[in-house]
Write a protein that binds this ligand. Structure first.
Ligand code: ADP
Length: 447
């Protein structure tokens, strides 16, 4: 069992981890930047240590400072949360070298799943469906044209080291593919220091379906069912729900078991998400694996009753998973709306500043994960998410009614937020029917 965990993150996820530690009797140390000094969540940790200026490179991304903070405070583990260093295999390696437990996978498992080409190869050998495409990285234009000819256009060129939607190009024909290969490779070289690219079939009307999985150090791997996160803007998820609406039980079983198989083959310990795209016939293809806890994990907690963050801490401490696959049952439906400090009427322009009014919803089935309070100043340095409104109800219909009711009770000002957009979406006919594709929101915003 871990005894003291340093949290190398901020905001709502830092608070989520502090809460999990407290309930497990683990001491928490919050590492914070000068931009977050005085933030209300810091007081709930047992200890706090400033690790540098507001710029992430000087604090939340600064490995020497984080390691020093863990050593000075005698922490035996570091929790990276999501974003920042969470998927950095080098950081996990440094932790190991310093005999500090990294709350997450081993650097080897992280590398196996984090690199898209090696992940795809492991998926193939574990019989997890992948998009038709090149077997590995492509170096010759000739080879790319041949593969594209075989799988048919449109195709997508992707960076092996990709992330955040960078190093990707869609090609409808040969000329576009030639140009796309060069552009994607250059972009990947600049962004990740690795210009390797590969190609796969491009799916036009897909849903984003992802499976929550968790493994331990004893070779066990369990899935906690799937989430649908198709409501996105610029690859940023805005609404997520568990489980996926309209997915038939055979497909659900297939996709969830495939995800569990993949992390078992990777000898993966900790929480992860296996992301897929699903077509209208509910065929699914692996997109990528996120080797960390995700923003939208609470909806899975609500429908399964499993404390994902708490279980991740137990697993990092060496415990076997406290449940078996057959004990995991889905109860009702859950939905999450991401509340961002952005103005949807001004093309989602960031709206940082002081929150004067902050009146929060409550009642049956309502959970609010936020680090904000009245008077809190949203720093301009970090991403714009200021909270997650999560509701749980007996079915999807009741869930949407409960979400609409909770959004009506939620008042934030004078900064602008995504609340009004969410409120509109709860009345949108296509969304209400379920099963919208990943371009739904962008089409709606254009119209
Ligand atoms: P990143 O790690 O850069 O976010 P992903 O592999 O997760 O890259 O892909 C990002 C997004 O690009 C996906 O959410 C999806 O919208 C789109 N995409 C990626 N691969 C395909 C594909 N084969 N067909 C259709 N869309 C795709």
């Amino acid at each position: 069992m871990l005894s003291r965990v340093l949290i190398a993150n901020r905001g709502e996820i830092a608070l989520r981890i502090i809460r999990a530690c407290r309930e497990l009797g683990i001491e928490s140390v919050i590492a914070y930047s000068e931009a977050d000094a005085g933030a209300p969540y810091i007081q709930y940790a047992d200890h706090a240590i400033c690790i540098g200026p507001g710029a992430a490179a000087e604090s939340y991304l600064n490995i020497p400072r984080i390691i020093s903070a863990a050593e000075v405070t005698n922490a035996d583990a570091i929790h990276p949360g999501y974003g920042f260093l969470a998927e950095n295999a080098h950081f996990a390696e440094v932790c190991r070298g310093c005999r500090i437990e990294f709350v997450g996978p081993s650097p080897e498992a992280m590398a196996r799943l984090g690199d898209k080409v090696s992940c795809k190869a492991l998926a193939r050998s574990s019989k997890v469906p992948v998009f038709p495409g090149s077997d590995g990285a492509i170096t010759e234009e000739e080879e790319a044209l041949e593969v594209a000819q075989k799988i048919g256009y449109p195709v997508i060129v992707k960076a092996s080291a990709g992330g955040g939607g960078r190093g990707m190009r869609i090609a409808q024909n040969e000329a576009a593919l030639k140009a796309g290969l060069k552009a994607a490779s250059q972009e990947a070289q600049a962004a990740f220091g690795n210009g390797a690219v590969y190609i796969e079939k491009f799916l036009e009307h897909a849903r984003h379906v992802e499976v929550q999985v968790i493994g331990d150090k004893h070779g066990n791997a369990v899935h906690l069912y799937e989430r649908d996160c198709s409501v996105q803007r610029r690859h940023q998820k805005l609404i997520e729900e568990a489980t996926g609406p309209g997915i038939d039980s055979k497909k659900r079983d297939d996709v969830c078991k495939a995800a569990a198989r993949l992390i078992k083959s990777a000898k993966y310990a900790g929480a992860a998400t296996v992301e897929f795209l699903m077509d209208h016939k509910q065929n699914f293809y692996l997109l990528e694996v996120n080797t960390r806890v995700q923003v939208e994990h609470p909806i899975t907690e609500m429908v399964t009753g499993v404390d994902i963050v708490g279980t991740g801490l137990k697993v990092a401490g060496g415990d076997p998973l406290p449940f078996k696959q057959r004990e995991i049952k889905v109860n009702g439906h859950a939905m999450e709306c991401r509340i961002n400090a952005e103005d949807p009427t001004r093309n989602f322009a960031p709206s940082a500043g002081t929150i004067e009014r902050f009146e929060t919803p409550g009642g049956l089935g309502v959970r609010l994960d936020t680090h904000c309070v009245p008077g809190y100043r949203v720093p301009p340095n970090y991403d714009s998410m200021i909270g997650k409104l999560i509701v749980h109800a007996e079915d999807r219909e009741a869930c949407m009614r409960r979400m609409a009711r909770a959004l009506d009770e939620f008042h934030i000002g004078p900064i602008k937020t995504t609340i009004p957009l969410h409120r509109e979406l709860m009345e949108n006919e296509s969304f209400r029917k379920g099963g919208v594709d990943i371009h739904f929101l962008e089409r709606l915003l254009k119209s």
